[in-house]
Write a protein that binds this ligand. Sequence first.
Ligand SMILES: [Zn+2]
Length: 290
Amino acid sequence: MFGFKKKTEAAESAQEKKQEEQKQETAQQDGEKQPEEKKAQEIPPEETFLLDRTVRCVVCDKVFKSKALKSKSATRLESDLDLRPRFKQLDAIKYDVVACPHCGYSALSQSFDHLTGGQIHLVKENICSKFQPSIDLSSLKFYDYELAIERYIAALECARVKKAKISEVAYTSLKLAWIYRGKAETLKEAAAGASAEIGRLKELEEKYYTEAYDGFLAAVSQENYPICGMDECTLDYLLAVMSFHFKKYDTASQCISKIQTSPFATKRMKDKVFDLKNMILEERKKEKES
Ligand SMILES: [Zn+2]
């Protein structure tokens, strides 16, 4: 099921190559005395920001290591409009799935331990019975995008198999969409000729973003808050941004009104929706003009 080894070795050698290039560039800059640029180049390797967490699988009861972000180790940048978290040194979303290498059970880290007896039975019957045990991931220094994508797809399959809440499936889809966005961003920085691959990644991002959007819209009418750790204002905001993305301006405006009249919305949240409201007005104006 997981072709971990080959891809990850390739990723590590790509990372080593990148570091070697950075070293060479730094050496050149030393000669040219460009201290500010030199500072910008010196990002420590990804593994510096990671730790190996010991996890006991709730399905097969075996113990394994799973990589996670060391708290407060990486520098947080401003999130994307849709709350996708961003860090200066790495894409932390790659580490949000826990996947058991013994039985194949995978889930977002926040949901991994929360299974009912019935769900364990469903996972054993539909996932574990077909799973080929993979290599021990603790030998890897970091997860590359290909591995992260495999882990998210496995988590999505498990979420469906175990009949998880709609919101859990939606949240897993959203994070997978963000992973495709993150991967596309790394290609943008690279040499030309990557446009076909970026186009493919954008299509995949859109596919899972649509699934996430439909799922969250269904979840808000069926589930109680917090939903996937989000309070009502946060999820209304996310839905407003996603509705804006899909040009569903009426839905976006409804979500915005809810936030603007909510006694629980922070000033920061109200400022954010004010900006979003203006963006919607702009788009509507453009549509009328065209
Ligand atoms: Zn397991």
